[in-house]
Ligand binder design. Structure first.
Ligand code: EPU
Length: 423
């Protein structure tokens, strides 16, 4: 087992280049199954979720060639199988996109119940409702989801709740359906726009992605034969912005879409730190004094992202005054607060709210990444704490951040990945 050893206190300083978006990549890879041709996907983050997805696509009959550290050429003309390997699909959440893609391309899909970070109940009823509205039958038994349709026919689908995954999955399922599908109350996250842009580049006809009404005019075939570059990762960029503030540092964040980061920028400025838009695709973020308390409520885009809530929690642990975070997306996203309390934070989590009584500083402790974003938060906590913090459960972090320790190290952090010999 490996662990990270982070030795604080460091004021981060320098430039960081943001990778392609994990949550776009893990939807675009299964979307390649809709292409009856060859396509090139660039700016793929080199993370374990992407590697597993590539293996699954190969098992289904796709031919993948890595043509650079972050680019693949994928030929999905001869997909031969509609059952995704159960052991692999149950390892991560985004495997549910295989249902929409295989249903659309092959009219049949069998996928293991998706796994992923444990953030509370993660139902998929809205995905299933969408598939059934398009004419599919869906059955869940023995840990597997089986979906089948002789024909998929476009229709109007109103989402009962705003769901990123269900919006993308219904988009995937309807691209090759007969007629027009309208998704109302759709999610608007940047990666939804990115998946729609990828599909349109390959020959689909999707309009309105990024608004709450998405219209998909079914086409007969996606010929592909095009290149697509994955959008920069909003959450990785936000993670480094918040790390700059937490460490009273000074960072230039390169290759980001500043518009996607407005909800984070607004809160950073409210806390008394600084964000300067350098034009193009860069932000300058710095903080020269103790941040002041702010209250946060996580919301679907364009609200404050739940995936940046734990990283923000680290800042609030050492901010002046008492701050409150209300988590409105996930039932159970405050597990990291127990780890921060081991490091000297004063946080009380009650249901979907947490109260952060700011302390002067954190101190080192062995801590456990309870999920991906909690892992990123603990790295930031280690960077600002006195002493050496040991972080365990790195598999969560490796799922979603490319070269995270290397990127932090270039900013001055003292961070090492070592083999844990104590067990
Ligand atoms: N929900 C339902 N029924 C459904 C689908 C969702 O009740 O059929 C509920 C969920 O339980 C949750 C809310 O709706 O309370 C929103 O869930 P959503 O479907 O939007 O989340 P997701 O698609 O499963 C994606 C990201 C998450 C991110 C959320 C919210 C991927 C692979 N995952 O999850 O990312 O937190 O959207 O933005 O895109 C992460 O990257 O660390 C991560 C957890």
């Amino acid at each position: 087992m490996e662990k990270l050893v982070v030795t604080g206190k460091t004021h981060l300083k320098g430039e960081v280049i943001i990778s392609g978006a994990k949550n776009a990549a893990v939807a675009i890879l299964p979307a390649t199954l809709l292409v009856d041709g060859i396509c090139v996907v660039e700016n793929l983050p080199n993370i374990s979720d992407v590697k597993i997805y590539c293996k699954i696509l190969e098992e289904l009959g796709a031919k993948i060639e890595w043509i650079g550290p972050n680019a693949i050429k994928i030929d999905t003309r001869f997909i031969s199988c509609t059952s995704a390997p159960l052991d692999m699909t149950s390892k991560f959440r985004a495997s549910y996109y295989l249902i929409g893609s295989l249903l659309s391309r092959c009219h049949h899909a069998q996928v293991g119940m998706p796994g992923g970070c444990k953030l509370g109940a993660r139902p998929i009823d809205q995905h299933i409702k969408g598939f059934e509205r398009l004419g599919a039958t869906v059955e869940i038994s023995s840990g597997k989801i089986t979906a089948h349709a002789d024909t998929l026919v476009g229709t109007s689908i109103y989402m009962d709740i705003v769901s990123v995954g269900a919006t993308i999955n219904i988009m995937l399922a309807s691209v090759l359906a007969k007629g027009t599908t309208i998704i109302e109350n759709a999610a608007k996250e940047p990666h939804i726009v990115d998946v729609a842009n990828f599909l349109n580049t390959m020959g689909a006809d999707i309009r309105g992605a990024g608004t709450d009404v998405i219209k998909i005019n079914g086409v007969d075939r996606l010929p592909g034969n095009a290149n697509y570059s994955v959008v920069p990762d909003q959450i990785e960029a936000g993670t480094f912005m918040l790390a700059a503030v937490a460490s009273r540092g000074d960072l230039i964040i390169k290759n980001c879409i500043t518009k996607h980061l407005e909800p984070v920028t607004a809160k950073i400025v409210e806390m008394g730190a600084f964000v300067e838009d350098l034009g193009g695709d860069s932000l300058h973020v710095w903080c020269n004094k103790r941040p002041t308390k702010v209250n946060i409520k996580t919301l679907p885009y364009p609200g404050f992202p739940t995936d940046l809530q734990p990283q923000m929690g680290v800042i609030l642990s050492t901010a002046e005054g008492t701050s409150i975070i209300n988590e409105s997306i996930w039932e159970s996203r405050f597990q990291y607060t127990e780890e921060l309390n081991k490091m000297g934070a004063h946080i009380t989590a009650q249901g979907k709210s947490a109260f952060f009584e700011g302390v002067e500083s954190l101190s080192s402790s062995p801590v456990y990444a309870t999920d991906l974003r909690a892992g990123a938060a603990l790295i930031i906590a280690g960077i600002i704490a006195e002493g050496s913090t040991e972080i365990y459960n790195l598999e969560h972090i490796d799922r979603g951040y490319e070269n995270i320790e290397e990127k932090f190290r270039k900013l001055g952090a003292k961070i090492e990945r070592v083999e844990d010999t104590s067990c």
